[in-house]
Design a protein around this ligand. Structure first.
Ligand code: SF4
Ligand code: SF4
Length: 377
């Protein structure tokens, strides 16, 4: 849009100087090309076939499809670089530490091509940078799922971030959240140092996060959309990617990818997504209903404070949709889900609270059976 306007005024000016409209248009076109070249030069790993969007007001343009690295292979990450993808989201804990080593191996000698977003689940940022083989990262993502706790932590989080930034180890701060998402984003919006947020953001969540989405747009803070798939299959998912990217507040869809075919299909959908038509897409019932959006309402309704949404995340997202049973197992063990449902009274409040009409209680049972235990209640 900016290019078009400046070109139009340029053409007008040339016309008033006596140049023919045709000649002025040609010169204007050349000016556009040069401006575009300048801009694309500053984009890491730029490819004509990929689309890029700015992360809030950071000046960093990321590919509209980016790599989650919960389970990743050298082959897929190298192919991602070939496609012009330039953002990898990683964490020291994924796959027991193997994922971050894979990322480090792939980006060795190519660190100028990628931006790294790293979850703050490390014990030392210095050591993690050494593992990654980089001097600094672009985004440290504070991983928070309890809004009250997050709010109390803000002064400490800000202090740590500024210390890292002053030492040149990180450029920007973000929030990762998949529980109490609206409330956690509200806390992020109260701060003056968070540049992006990374919630679970499938179309079924857009209404729930409407207030936050509007506020994010006003503050020019971008959404990095994760867990966008819901329960859609491989063929349906490209449409979902385009639907999510039709929301202008979304700068990229971040997704773990297991095969080169999936990478081609999903990144190409992202590269061809058009921003600004969100509501039109959302009118499609089929797309708006895509299963669990990880809204957490089932968990909020549980009188026994059972982390119901974590069971759903394990079974429906990691096992059913993503086919990543190893990540499901890691999450199940890390959150002690084998024993966490022991207090369940079978009241059914979780199922009644689900806006997606999921039989939540039955899904908790299924999760426990899947991992080889039985419901304690
Ligand atoms: S059925 Fe169990 S898990 Fe669901 S709300 Fe009731 S106590 Fe909580
Ligand atoms: S099961 Fe339903 S209520 Fe629970 S997180 Fe998913 S969509 Fe929300």
């Amino acid at each position: 849009m900016i290019n078009q306007l400046s070109r139009r005024s340029f053409v007008r000016r040339c016309s008033s100087m006596g140049l023919g409209v045709g000649a002025a248009a040609l010169i204007g076109q050349a000016a556009d090309e040069s401006e575009k070249k300048q801009k694309t030069k500053s984009i890491r790993n730029f490819r004509e076939t990929m689309a890029y969007r700015e992360v809030g007001s950071t000046g960093i343009n990321v590919s509209s499809f980016s790599m989650g690295t919960g389970q990743c292979s050298d082959e897929v990450l190298n192919a991602a670089l070939d496609k012009g993808i330039n953002l990898f989201h990683t964490c020291v804990k994924y796959s027991g530490g193997k994922s971050i080593e894979t990322v480090a191996r792939v980006i060795r000698g190519k660190t100028g091509k990628v931006h790294i977003a790293l979850k703050d689940t490390f014990s030392s940022l210095e050591e993690t940078l050494k593992v990654l083989g980089v001097g600094s990262i672009d985004f440290v993502m504070f991983n928070r799922h309890n809004a009250d706790k997050f709010r109390k932590e803000i002064p400490d989080i800000k202090k740590r971030f500024l210390q890292w930034r002053d030492k040149g180890m990180v450029k920007y701060a973000g929030l990762t959240t998949h529980k109490q998402m609206g409330e956690c984003i509200d806390v992020a919006l109260e701060t003056d140092f968070i540049s992006c947020v990374m919630p679970s953001y499938s179309p079924s969540m857009v209404d729930d996060l409407k207030k936050q989405r509007d506020a994010l747009r006003r503050k020019n803070i971008s959404i990095i959309a994760m867990k966008t798939r819901g329960q859609l299959d491989d063929e349906q998912y490209p449409s979902q990617v385009q639907t999510v990217l039709s929301d202008p507040v979304v700068c990229t869809v971040t997704k773990g990818v297991k095969t080169i075919d999936d990478l081609k299909s999903w990144s190409s959908a992202a590269a061809n997504a058009r921003s600004g038509f969100l509501n039109r897409y959302l009118n499609s019932e089929a797309l708006a209903y895509s299963g669990c959006g990880l809204c957490g309402k089932c968990e909020e309704a549980c009188p026994e404070n059972i982390p119901v949404a974590d069971y759903i995340r394990c079974i429906r997202y990691y096992v059913d949709s993503e086919k990543t049973p190893d990540i499901a197992r890691e999450t199940f063990d890390e959150l002690h889900l084998q024993s966490a449902a022991a207090g369940c009274t079978d009241c059914g409040a979780c199922s009644r609270a689900c806006p997606q009409r999921i039989a939540v209680r039955a899904e908790v049972r299924r999760t426990l059976h899947y991992f080889g235990s039985t419901v304690a209640a």
